[in-house]
Design a protein around this ligand. Structure first.
Ligand code: M6R
Length: 624
């Protein structure tokens, strides 16, 4: 998730681009840049490692005069560490084609290889740079005929070159391109990454979201997947990737810019809850099939052979990431692969006792959590190899680990982790599938079914999110409760823990997450009449036991809300149900956690808590 801006018109291009980037910084801020062209085909490129304020200072010190078209970008690194060289915009060999991009070009390694063989020189480690070079290639082939033609013939050539370049790309992208030779037009394309154009008077805008240009215009057109835009100062034309013109009606946005930053949601947390299907989709993209093969080898260096060689797995993580680790433990054990999970701050002595050839899997959204880093260092000192699952390219954890599997969730702003958790789960399910298949524990139809079920999850997440209003109603009814219980079993036990953590951290209420079978060993004593108890009870091997535990709680007065699917609803007797779409038993945590996140959110909202910045907490805990 990065932020893109684009502008064409007679106003101060660089000021507009930079102001837009400031408003998009919430999408990522490890580096940024702008490129602008003037009427004499001169291109100005300014980039910095760091935040937009630094770019602003640079441009103020070396102003760009006379530019009337340009693009800007604030980056959240996916390919290549945060640095000036990797900052967008990226250029082709001639430094005439300039590209900004949000998303992931899945086939960039193949494309890069071909371009290198064709003599192209690369200046960054990004996937994005291939786009500039492909446009350059396509221009070369088309420009032969067009070079002798009038300047206005350059526009169709540029359009066609870009269209053909886009056809070569696989993955997710929102792209905007400027060609110095053709300064009267900016081109843009969208596939699985947001892109919107803003319609001004004698000027037009491009951005990842409307907050970038809302103070200039509220009339916008959202691009759909597979659509392109040719943006000139006096008009915009829309096309399909096949080059067919499409008519699109502008809509008028009512949001102010703060609302727009949050996509119209009241809080980043709610926005991020709604981004979870995308987080899973992006994390799985291009990494799952063929299951059990060497698909992760080129990306993270982990071959199928290596996956076979580890004696066991040891997860370490903190907070929400630890709950993802617990799901991972059950999942790997389900495939007969020995796995342990520990809270990083409690890992110390265990590091020395790990079985030889254990693979340590450290999970951390930020990659900077001190407890996790310390545990990783202990594990490495004991000779273990470490695989990091993190959302942050270039974080300390990535530099210390032997293998790094990035989740592609985009920056998570809310302190309460939501979409990062789903991204971590997606990475774990991906790894578990590959490990199990490589070790002969997941074969034939089972392997196919596993992959198919996993690929369906983003759609089921969307369906689950449709229950928001229903969940909010249940939450409102408990808004004055001071104590909450969350129970479940097996692979959903960590989800009960996560449900309790979420509500504790954002609604400041006392909550306990328990293994349902443990309740009778003590905690059941705290149940009083009307106590809210959320029971995660989807279909699966422990459903009958869960149904029994729910009865026990009800008999002591608990007011039970059951998180079920259509089938398990028939077995569980509760006062209220939240019915989720059906998926395979092993995959249920990726759905069951969602109502608990939404539940916590609405309890916190009713209590008027500071949801995105809860008291006493920090997004990344860098002390032990
Ligand atoms: O950045 P990390 O994933 O290492 O952070 C770990 C925990 O601090 C984090 O998950 C924390 O528990 C969240 N606030 C939970 O919502």
């Amino acid at each position: 998730m990065c932020g893109i801006t684009g502008y064409i018109g007679d106003n101060k291009t660089t000021d507009i681009l930079i102001d837009g980037l400031k408003r998009l910084e919430y999408r990522g801020y490890d580096s940024c840049g702008i490129a602008a062209v003037d009427g004499k085909n001169r291109l100005y490129l300014k980039r910095v490692s760091g935040r937009v304020d630094a770019l602003d200072k640079l441009v103020a010190a070396e102003p760009v005069k006379g530019a009337h078209a340009g693009v800007g970008h604030t980056r959240w690194a996916t390919h290549g560490a945060p640095s000036e060289d990797n900052a967008h915009p990226h250029t082709d060999c001639s430094s005439e084609v300039v590209v900004v991009h949000n998303g992931i070009i899945e086939n960039y390694l193949d494309l890069k290889e071909k371009l290198l063989a064709g003599g192209h020189k690369f200046k960054s480690e990004t996937d994005t740079e291939v786009i500039a070079h492909i446009v350059e290639e396509k221009l070369k082939s088309l420009h032969v005929q067009a070079s002798a033609a009038r300047a206005d013939m350059l526009e169709p050539v540029f359009f066609e070159a870009f269209r053909r370049a886009v056809a070569d790309l696989k993955g997710s992208f929102a792209i905007s391109v400027v060609w110095a030779k053709c300064p009267g037009m900016i081109l843009a394309a969208r596939m699985h990454s947001p892109l919107v154009v803003g319609l001004g008077k004698g000027e037009n805008f491009i951005a990842s979201d409307v907050s970038a240009f809302l103070k200039h215009t509220k009339r916008v057109v959202f691009l759909n997947d597979g659509e392109m835009a040719a943006v000139k100062k006096d008009g915009i034309d829309f096309y399909t990737f096949q080059g067919k013109k499409v008519a699109k009606e502008p809509v008028t946005i009512q949001w102010d810019s703060t609302m727009a930053e949050k996509g119209g949601y009241k809080h980043f947390m709610l926005k991020e809850i709604h981004e979870q299907a995308e987080a899973v989709e992006n994390t799985l993209r291009g990494r799952l099939l063929p299951i059990g093969g060497d698909i992760l080898r080129s990306e993270i260096g982990l071959s199928a052979e290596a996956m076979k060689s580890f004696s066991s797995l040891q997860f370490i993580a903190c907070g929400t990431a630890y709950h993802a680790a617990l799901v991972g433990r059950v999942l790997f054990e389900n495939f007969g692969i020995a796995a342990h999970a520990d809270v990083a701050s409690e890992f110390t002595d265990r590091a020395k006792l790990m079985a030889p050839n254990t693979l340590v899997i450290a999970i951390s959204q930020s990659g900077e959590t001190a407890d996790t880093l310390f545990a990783v260092r202990e594990a490495k000192a004991s000779g273990a190899k470490v695989l990091a699952i993190t959302n942050t390219v270039g974080a300390t954890l990535t530099r210390e680990a032997d293998y790094v599997l990035h989740t592609h969730c985009g920056p998570e702003i809310g302190v309460a982790s939501t979409k990062a958790f789903l991204g971590q789960l997606a990475a774990i399910y991906l790894l578990a599938g590959h490990f199990a298949a490589a070790r002969g524990r997941l074969t034939g139809t089972d392997a196919r079914n596993y992959a198919e079920e996993l690929l369906k999850i983003p759609r089921l997440i969307e369906e689950t999110l449709e229950k928001e209003k229903e969940i909010a109603k249940v939450a409102d009814s408990f808004a004055s409760s001071e104590h909450f219980l969350f129970i479940s079993r097996h692979i959903n036990y960590p989800i009960a823990l996560e449900g309790a953590l979420k509500i504790k951290e954002i609604a400041y209420v006392h909550a306990e997450g328990y293994a349902a079978g443990e309740m009778k060993h003590g905690p059941i004593a705290i149940i009083y009449k009307g106590m809210p108890l959320l029971a995660v009870a989807p279909s699966g091997r422990t459903l009958d036991l869960m149904a029994g535990n729910i009865e026990e709680a009800k008999a002591r007065g608990a007011d039970v809300v059951a998180i079920v699917d259509e089938a398990s609803k028939k077995t569980v007797k509760a006062s209220r149900y939240l019915v989720l779409p059906t998926t395979g038993e092993l995959f249920t945590p990726m759905l069951t956690v969602i109502p608990l996140q939404i539940f916590a959110y609405y309890v916190a909202l009713a209590k008027k808590c500071d949801i995105d910045k809860p008291r006493n907490l920090a997004k990344s805990v860098t002390v032990r």
